[in-house]
Structure formats: C-alpha cells, structure tokens
Design a protein around this ligand. Structure first.
Ligand SMILES: NCc1[nH]cc(CCC(=O)O)c1CC(=O)O
Length: 306
C-alpha cells in the first residue's frame, strides 16, 4: 500500500484526532503516505433534535463506513465513545490508541464548580448520562439541551445561553481549550461515558494490509479498560437512550471497574464496582452489569432491554 486514506468527520475535534492518527502512522511506518478524506455525517448536520431521536450514535459512523465500502477510504477514525457496541457487519476495529484524559469537565465563565452554581442555574448538556449525574448532585438545576461540536458548545456558553456546560476533558485538551476547564469531574464520584478519551480506527473486516498498518498504534492497556467499559454497556443494552457511565483502570495486574446507570428525569443513580484479572475485561464488565441489575438498574433501562 502506498497511500492510506483516512475517512474523517469535519468537526475540529474529529480533524485533530484524524491528524493525530495520521502522524502516528507516518512515524510508525516511514515512507507511508497518509491522507485525510473529510466528510459530513448526519450526526453533524442535524443539530435541532437529540441524537436518540435521529437514530443514535451510529449516525456519526454511517457515511464514513459507506466511503470505506466504496473504496474511497481505507479506514476511519472515531472517538471510541461514539462507536456503537456492535459494529456494522463487514467492519472491524483495527486499533485503539492510548487513552487521553477520560474524565468529564465542568466549564463555566462565572462559577468554579457544580457546587458553586446558584439555585436554579442553567446547565447545558444533551447527554442523558451527564444530566442524570447533575440531577443527582443538584436537583435544583435547570438542565438545557446543548448539541453541536465542542467549539459550538463553548460559543453558546460564551453567548450566555448557559451558566455552565459539561464536556469531555479530552476534547477540550486536544483543541487547546484546557484552560477552560474550571473543575475536573473525576471518577469514581462522577463517571464518564464508556471508552471516553480513547480514539479508535475502524476498517473493513479482512483488510489485512490496513489492519497490519494500524496494529502498530494499538495500546493494550487502553484496549483492556475500554473492553471492560464497553462490555458493561453492552450487557445493559446501553445506547445513547440510556444514561450508562463507566470507568476502568489498571493497577498492576488488577483491573478495576466502576459503573452506574441513572435516570435523567429524577437523578436516581445505581452504582457498582468490581475488580478482576486484567486478562478478562469482558467478564468484569458483565459482572458489574449484573451487580447493577441486582441493585435495581433494570427499572431505569428501557423495557425491552436487559
Ligand atoms: N459527544 C461527542 C464527543 N465524542 C468524543 C468527545 C470527546 C473526546 C473523547 O471522548 O475522546 C466528545 C465531546 C464531548 O463529549 O465533550
């Protein structure tokens, strides 16, 4: 292969992540040409409705997968947290890169932390997972929808549409907005989306040349943590319709996983934790999912799930 073409969304964060992957591929394989193929997806274009209403996370992947199917691109770069638990048939994850910051961030121009917000303050986030954890901590807050890419969301905060917003630390850091983080929302008290902060490369299943090139970028420890978090989410039939959060970390040969299921309506949170061997991340994810269900999480999930 002389040129590897990476399909990417056009948002500044997607372009940053795809450039990051391109640079890592060029370093790992001197002489390899790597090009970006930027494209727009329905998830980026339809901003007036919730992701859940227009079809869920897969929307961000669809156009990129079609480009790979047509042969216009060899692989696609995604935030792993936006990748559905089950890929479309014919596609595979070629690599999961070393994770950045997994935590969420509290961002505000006036207030230092969630606890410093005045009664009834307006907080922007369309994520059910963030809404549930905000409700649990501060039932008085007014939670308002906020979609669009990271730059758009910061602009809406600056236009005073909100008193505060919650975003991923990783996205802010990658785009040079680290200074806008007023407070980190660290695990285990506040849990991020499964696989938040990790970048994944998707390619056609069986594309041996692309799989081999991308394998050089795979980070085993990140893959282990992400697999545990995603297995928990899968066992709960997690999607963007359900507030599910998870965070795993490795400590020596031990894998530690915290998970929660919540209600964005009333701020109920059901939590569970388990540790296990790092060699069996999926089993640990399923174990935490079972603990969550025993603790009553089933009542928070859609009726056909779990
Ligand atoms: N929801 C969109 C999205 N997908 C990935 C990230 C951040 C980067 C990452 O998690 O790797 C973001 C922005 C955000 O949630 O603030």
């Amino acid at each position: 292969m002389t040129t590897l073409r990476i399909a990417t969304r056009k948002s500044p964060l997607a372009l940053w992540q795809s450039e990051h992957v391109a640079a890592a591929l060029r370093t790992a394989h001197p002489g390899l040409q790597v090009e970006l193929v930027p494209m727009s997806t329905r998830g980026d274009e339809v901003l007036d409705r919730s992701l859940a209403a227009i079809g869920g996370k897969g929307l961000f992947l669809k156009e990129l997968e079609l480009a790979m199917q047509r042969g216009d691109a060899d692989c696609a770069v995604h935030s792993l947290k936006d990748v559905p638990m089950d890929l479309e048939p014919g596609f595979a994850l070629a690599a999961i890169l070393e994770r950045g910051d997994a935590a969420d961030a509290f961002v505000s121009n006036r207030f230092a932390d969630i606890d410093a917000l005045p009664q009834g303050a307006r907080v922007g986030t369309s994520s059910l997972r963030r809404q549930a954890q905000l409700r649990a901590r501060r039932p008085d807050l007014r939670l308002l929808d906020l979609r669009g890419n990271v730059n758009t969301r910061l602009a809406k905060l600056d236009a005073d549409d909100y008193d505060a917003i919650v975003l991923a630390c990783a996205g802010l850091q990658r785009l040079g907005f680290e200074a806008r983080i007023r407070a980190r929302l660290d695990p285990p008290r506040w849990l991020p989306a499964p696989a938040q902060g990790a970048i994944a490369i998707e390619c056609r299943d069986g594309d041996a040349a692309t799989l081999a090139l991308c394998a050089a970028l795979d980070h085993a420890a990140t893959g282990t943590c992400a697999r545990a978090e995603r297995a928990m989410n899968r066992a709960l039939h997690g999607s963007c319709h359900v507030p599910v959060a998870a965070h795993a970390r490795l400590d020596g040969g031990q894998l530690l996983l915290d998970g929660l299921v919540g209600s964005a309506d009333d701020g109920t949170l059901v939590r569970a934790h388990a540790d296990g061997r790092s060699g069996a991340p999926e089993a640990l994810g399923e174990q935490v999912a079972q603990s969550l269900l025993r603790a009553g999480a089933g009542a928070l999930l859609p009726h056909d799930a779990a």
